[in-house]
Design a protein. Sequence first.
Length: 161
Amino acid sequence: MATLVERRTRGALFWRWLGLPFLLVPFALALAFRWPFSILWPYVIVLALAAAASSLVPILRRRQAARILAEMPHLREVSYRFEETGIGLSTSVTNAAIAWAGITEATETDELFLMFVGRRFAYYVPVRVAGPRADELRRFLHLHLGERAAGVHAPNTRPVT
């Protein structure tokens, strides 16, 4: 889920389309002007460190989520309510309610139904939790969100993979 939310950030589109060419410019210049590799060596080290650091981000996020669940076991069991007024979530110690108007977009992946309330924050329901009622949930989301549920599969259809 974090990867999907991360893709929605402002800088993600820039780095996806322009970042790689930007990073490759020094190598192109080196080839064009026949610079010795010794000029690029510091750049290669910085590039390698940046790649290593960015590959650690998903691991660190999973560890952080595991630590939060270990510290707050009451968050492990969440009950979801889909009502005419919105979505309700509750644990043994907390309740949250989100009106349909507060959901900016809903989408579905192979594993999750995501209901975004902001650009970088989404409530989610695992598809396995919806189980046999997944089609009912799809219909409900389409009914209450309309075009904002464009990312949710149509009921009684599965995506082609």
